[in-house]
Write a protein that binds this ligand. Structure first.
Ligand code: IPM
Ligand code: MG
Length: 368
């Protein structure tokens, strides 16, 4: 049987340098664990625009559709701010999400013990935090029609449309309940049913999926603004949060910062199962391209490496190996190894991006 395939799209800014560390880790699993992947690489974002004049070439899109998993670094940078909206780096990412139909975006916010002091919140509020935001990723106001800037009388009007079908809500709700069953059995659904019809439908449909298919999971509903407040007040009340595309974008940034380290958070975007039973999937760090530190060896590769751990778990059915990798990272952090973004006020000497990768590999070796 052919080896499972991974398409790597490093993208822009710090994307290539954090992805270089992931490549080392992938090779380690091939050499030491017999998990051999067919890895290929291509361009996305500004890097693709520079070569093809578009942020995602059709050939790259086709490769992504055929891959067992896609790993993406980051897209965007100031150089591309002047580009027309239709060819901005972000459009490449949105095209991948939409055309691969990656409707369930899993964004864990986990606080590593060694980093509990890094949060802007009190340590006891975040220590041991482990929540999962499931963000709907292929619909809602990001994609709804009509959209655009139109003339109306003697002024312009900007329009975007929040739109959800029942089936779009059903499938992301199922994804959230399935995850909750393997975690702490609790789902909180967030919308604005007090002001939005799409929110009323969202709440109804999530409740129906619960009652008919997952009555054993504890379900609650919250308005998204209250949800934001509760996330900051006492985040440990949550297990799985399921929400729409835009609220999920905002709430997941908020949740990410609770952990004190945006450079630590991975994500998985999952679609329907392919013929081989694996879900269509793309994995990416939650952080962006950080153009201000790109190319200096300062970036933290952990979010991107943890994204590969999610790939091991969700695409390749290698939960134990994913845990091995996550524990290697915890070990390295507990040993005080830090990239520049993780330096406390007391200083110390940060390791470089590639030194962090090497330390994680050493910890993986020690795990054997
Ligand atoms: C994210 C990002 C993207 C989004 C941007 C880069 C298009 O903020 O993945 O959260 O808004 O979805
Ligand atoms: Mg975002």
């Amino acid at each position: 049987m052919a080896n499972p395939s991974i398409l790597i799209l490093p993208g822009d800014g710090i994307g290539p340098e954090v992805m270089a560390e992931v490549t080392k880790i992938i090779s380690w699993f091939g050499d030491k664990r017999g998990l051999v992947f067919d890895v290929s690489e291509d361009l996305v974002g500004g890097a693709a625009y520079d070569v093809h004049g578009v942020p995602l070439a059709d050939e790259t899109m086709a490769k992504a559709q055929a891959a067992d998993a896609v790993l993406l670094g980051a897209v965007g940078g100031p150089k591309y701010d002047v580009l027309d909206f239709s060819v901005k780096p972000e459009r490449g990412l949105l095209r991948l999400r939409k055309e691969m139909d990656l409707f369930a975006n899993l964004r864990p916010a986990q606080c590593f013990d060694a980093l509990a002091d890094f949060s802007s919140l009190k340590k006891d509020v975040v220590a041991g935090l482990d929540i999962m935001i499931v963000r709907e990723l292929t619909s809602g106001v990001y994609f709804g029609e009509p959209r655009g800037i139109f003339n109306e009388g003697n002024e312009r009007v900007g329009i975007n449309t929040q739109r959800y079908t029942e089936s779009e809500i059903v499938r992301v709700a199922r994804a959230a309940f399935e995850l909750a069953k393997r975690r702490n059995n609790k789902v909180c659904s967030m919308e604005k049913a007090n002001v939005m019809e799409s929110g009323i439908l969202w709440r109804e449909v999530v409740q129906k999926v619960h009652d008919e298919e997952y009555p054993e999971v504890e379900l609650s509903h919250m308005y998204a603004d209250n949800g934001a407040m509760q996330l900051v007040r006492w985040p440990k009340q949550f297990d799985v949060i399921v929400t729409d595309n835009l609220f999920g974008d905002i709430l997941s940034d908020c949740a990410a910062m609770l952990t004190g380290s945006l450079g630590m958070l991975p994500s998985a975007s999952l679609g329907a199962p392919m013929a081989n039973g694996r879900p269509k999937a793309m994995y990416e760090p939650v952080h962006g391209s950080a153009p201000d530190i790109a190319g200096q060896g300062k970036a933290n590769p952990i979010a991107c490496i943890l994204s590969f751990a999610m790939a091991l778990r969700y695409s390749f059915d290698q939960g134990d190996e994913a845990t091995r990798l996550e524990q290697a990272i915890e070990k390295v952090l507990a040993d005080g190894v830090r990239t520049a973004d993780l330096m406390g006020p007391d200083g110390g000497t940060p390791v470089s991006t590639s030194e962090m990768g090497d330390k994680i590999i050493a910890a993986l070796d020690a795990s054997l």
